[in-house]
Design a protein around this ligand. Structure first.
Ligand SMILES: C[C@@H]1N[C@@H](C(=O)NCc2ccccc2)[C@H](O)[C@@H]1O
Length: 445
């Protein structure tokens, strides 16, 4: 352990109510919306390779031509209540919106820049309408904020000269003012999702990320912030030089899931196409199905993690058809099977090939989210010695009890119900405390 001034400010999992609510939410939505949404991944009528929200660099667009997009920011179809209704239908419990992405354009009327909604024909406080509509639907709101800011004259991706450092510290002052503004104008915000902390300037001056963390906790002690914000004074990111997680949860799982359950709280953020966050009119490559998304959500829950699915609304402010379809299908599944996700955690059982176990933190049930239907028609379950399966039903068909057969001392096989709709199904197990050697404590923790 080496002494650090700007390493982890706290150790271990947070146990306060705000963080427990973050954990129990489990399923979230990401919204990427900005000037890039107007371009839709195309420029001068041509498809532009790469992530659509990076189009300024990908298409080598001049500052002047890019800034002209502000005049097209009209959003005739924008209705935050419709976005919130779709999010509610999908079954998400929280939503993260890009208040300012790398492009630097702000979705709220900021006092500290005019590169924001107030300088557009739309002219309204989009962020306020989003916060109110989602809060109205009972969905917690979180703010994505990019440290990188391609528009701000004082942003520096690296600091090499005295002039660079003067500019960069002016930019840090600007950031602190904007973060304060966001937390005071929209006190409903539950947390921040910082991005763009990989550049040399931030890695060199890790203290600025400590300062942001301190500022946020002064304004709201319960605020939640992931590890991607943080860099310690030695340039270590996410985990400080002593290996301690900085921030409230591991925020490194971007478009990927861990193989096994991380020790810390963690969150995965996922795109429906391979790598498009902002609106791309022409989705190419593999587009994930609702079934694949549900499997990822179950996998995350089975490893004590949260799963956030990204939507990239169109340049007119409406949601694209494929995303509305996704919301409908995932939402239908969540209606029936949400009890295996919300408030659930990893189950203390040996993982099996048919899918993922979850257990509810206090209803004592264990859930089997079956994603891989066995050709044998038999679902294997290995329980601690002495366990007894008291009850075994398929969610949505609670009336039809399944009859597990004991195959060895602590192995059971459950006849697999037929899959008709192409979606995972959930079997709910009620386990009775073992009455033999090695009593099994039913998961009530
Ligand atoms: C959440 C996403 N993060 C932004 C991004 O620049 N990702 C590039 C990246 C890819 C992998 C690790 C860190 C950063 C993307 O534009 C999205 O906003």
């Amino acid at each position: 352990q080496i002494p650090l001034k700007y390493g982890a400010s706290r150790e271990g999992k947070r146990t306060d109510a705000a963080m427990q609510r973050w954990r129990e939410n489990r399923f979230g939505q990401f919204i990427h919306f900005g000037l890039y949404s107007l371009a839709g991944g195309h420029w001068n009528g041509k498809y532009v390779e790469g992530a659509a929200e990076w189009i300024k660099g990908n298409a080598r667009i001049s500052d002047e031509d890019y800034e002209a997009l502000t005049r097209q920011f009209v959003l005739p179809e924008f209705d935050a209540r419709e976005w919130a209704r779709i999010a509610k239908e999908m079954g998400v419990k929280y939503s993260v919106i890009t208040t300012k992405h790398h492009e630097g354009f702000c979705l709220w009327p900021s006092e500290y820049t005019d590169y924001d909604v107030s300088r557009t024909p739309f002219g309204r406080d989009l962020l306020k309408e989003y916060v109110d509509a989602y809060t109205q639907e009972g969905i917690d709101v979180y703010f994505y904020y990019s440290i990188i800011d391609w528009n701000h004259p004082d942003w520096r991706s690296r600091v090499e000269t005295v002039e660079d450092s003067l500019a960069f510290f002016r930019y840090c002052d600007f950031m602190n003012k904007q973060i304060t503004e966001l937390m005071t104008r929209y006190p409903e915000v539950k947390g921040f999702w910082f991005d763009g902390t990989w550049d040399k300037s931030v890695v060199k001056f890790g203290k600025i990320t400590w300062d942001i963390e301190q500022l946020m906790h002064r304004l709201n002690p319960g605020i939640i912030c992931g590890s991607r914000l943080r860099v310690d004074e030695k340039g270590a990111r996410h985990f400080d030089t002593n290996g301690k997680l900085m921030g409230d949860y591991e925020q490194g799982w971007e478009r990927s899931l861990p193989e096994k359950a991380p020790q810390n709280d963690w969150e995965c953020v996922m795109t429906i196409p391979e790598n498009q966050w902002g609106y791309q009119a022409d989705w190419r490559g593999h587009i994930k199905s609702a079934t694949e998304i549900i499997e990822m959500l179950a996998a995350a829950t089975s490893m004590n993690g949260n799963f956030v699915l990204n939507f990239g609304p169109k340049g007119d402010g409406s949601l694209r058809e494929e995303e509305k379809q996704m919301a409908r299908k995932v939402g239908k599944w969540m209606q029936l099977n949400g009890e295996a996700i919300y408030g659930c955690v990893q189950a203390p059982l040996k993982p099996q090939k048919w899918g993922y176990y979850t257990r509810h933190r206090d209803n004592g049930f264990v859930y089997m989210v079956v994603c891989y239907q066995p050709v044998s028609g038999m679902l294997k379950v290995v329980l601690p010695t002495g366990s007894v399966i008291e009850n075994c039903v398929v969610l949505g068909k609670e009336g039809m009890e399944l009859k597990p057969e004991k195959s060895t001392k602590n192995e059971f096989v459950i006849p697999a119900p037929e899959v008709k709709d192409g979606f995972p199904y959930v079997i709910r197990l009620k386990l009775k405390e073992g009455d033999s050697v090695g009593n099994y404590v039913a998961p009530k923790v």
